[in-house]
Design a protein around this ligand. Structure first.
Ligand code: PLP
Length: 406
């Protein structure tokens, strides 16, 4: 399919909105993405025509609802090329999936003095659950360092691995720096030592083609809301051999086979990990979002966003005193920056009044801020519906902010 941004923009109703009387320029896609009309319509269609709780009813609506939900699982399976549909667990989002593994994998496989390796550029969601686990089990968290360009120093990882290393959990693409990590290499190195790898794909799934079998990754998580689907739905992929060995993270309805007051037998995969009424409407709408972006083509999306990134990087670097954090050769379309002697949140506020939505602060990556010795950054994160004209307006807006604040 030919990539036509103006046509694509027509699919996103919110992009027609005015903010303070100005055209909305939405550059906060790292935080959450906007939703195409097909996704919004899918939610309305589901609640208008098919809604009933899944897996529980013999009646028609419940059967249709269940079928649509299970088809959504197959859509996700095909999207990331998982071997089996039951290796796809629906969660609330990335954080929920990480907590599930940190808890359940941790209970089964982590004991005193064991070690878990993460990296210097993790989102808080891929740090704190492992800190909690390490506290609970008296295990140790080790950190792969990065260099000043925001690139992981892989030789560091080799040095960190010991016979006690039980899991490596890595961000695929950094929400703050944009860095795309060399996960193929990391997975190979880890597997050579029989260490499973967990991938936080929250910032890669919407930009890069991901094939879990080709990568041979053991676990992977992402959030629906960052991939043009609603909030409150996400995915945990796990290899069957691990998911079968670990116990449920939450218990209650739907995750059981039989219950007596004496004993409960857990359900099989994937239901064992889907306690209670799941966000089935979210899952169904997420499948629509996946079909939508597959129709455009993830490669087309990546190539277009790369052009946006290159254009924006060159343009913003023309601004005197502007520094970009994250200068890896392999980047998603994210630019974190500061301007000398100006606070990032002041830039954000002025841009907001011009209708330009960027994010300011630590982006849930305080260790990255500590590394660079800063309190935060301004971050513009792009998606395939953004345009070169919007980047020009961002540039003009930053110049205006700089003039006002200097
Ligand atoms: N990991 C990364 C890399 C992220 O960018 C985010 C959200 O920004 C998360 C994890 C947490 O995602 P969620 O808040 O959807 O659970």
């Amino acid at each position: 399919m030919k990539f036509q941004v103006e046509k694509i923009r027509e699919d996103f109703p919110i992009l027609k909105e005015k903010i303070y009387g100005k055209d909305l320029i939405y550059l906060d896609n790292g935080a959450t993405t906007q939703k195409p009309k097909v996704v919004i319509d899918k939610i309305t269609e589901h609640y208008s025509k098919f809604n009933a709780n899944i897996h529980r009813g013999t009646h028609y609506l419940s059967q249709v609802s269940t079928e649509n939900y299970e088809n959504a699982r197959k859509t996700v399976q095909n999207f990331i090329n998982a071997k089996n549909d039951y290796e796809i667990i629906f969660t609330k989002g990335t954080t929920d999936g990480i907590n599930l593994i940190a808890y359940s994998f941790g209970e089964k496989f982590i004991k005193e003095n064991d070690e878990i390796i993460i990296s210097a550029m993790e989102h808080h969601s891929n740090i704190v659950p492992y800190q909690v686990l390490c506290q609970r089990k008296k295990a140790k968290l080790k950190i792969i360092k990065m260099d000043k360009n925001g690139v992981l120093i892989l030789e560091e990882m080799d040095k960190l691995i010991t016979k006690n290393t039980k899991l490596i959990s890595i961000i695929h693409a950094s929400n703050t720096l944009g860095t795309i990590n060399p996960i193929e290499k990391i997975i190979k190195k880890a597997h050579n030592k029989n260490i499973p790898v967990f991938l936080d794909a929250a910032q890669s799934i919407q930009h890069l083609e991901i094939d879990v079998q080709k990568l041979d990754v053991d676990f992977l998580v992402f959030s629906g809301h960052k991939i043009f689907a609603p909030t409150g739905i996400g995915v945990l992929y796990g290899k069957e051999k691990f998911l079968n060995k670990i116990a449920p993270y939450q218990s209650g309805g739907d995750m059981i086979k039989t219950v007596t007051f004496e004993k409960t037998i857990y359900n099989e995969l994937p239901f064992k990990f889907e306690a209670g009424t799941v966000n089935y409407t979210g899952a169904i709408a997420m499948a629509t979002a996946i079909n939508y972006i597959e129709n455009i083509g993830i490669k087309n999306i990546f190539n277009y966003e790369k052009k946006l990134l290159n254009y924006a990087t060159k343009k913003l670097l023309k601004i005197d005193g502007l520094k970009i954090y994250g200068n890896s050769d392999e980047k998603t379309a994210v630019i974190s920056f500061n301007i000398k002697n100006i606070h990032h949140s002041d830039i954000g506020e002025i841009l907001d009044k011009l209708g330009i939505a960027i994010r300011t602060g630590t982006h849930c990556t305080e260790p990255i801020m500590d590394f660079f010795g800063i309190t935060g950054t301004a971050r513009a994160s792009f998606s395939f519906y953004n345009t070169f004209e919007e980047i020009d307006k961002l540039y003009e807006g930053i110049l205006k902010a700089k003039k006002m604040l200097s």
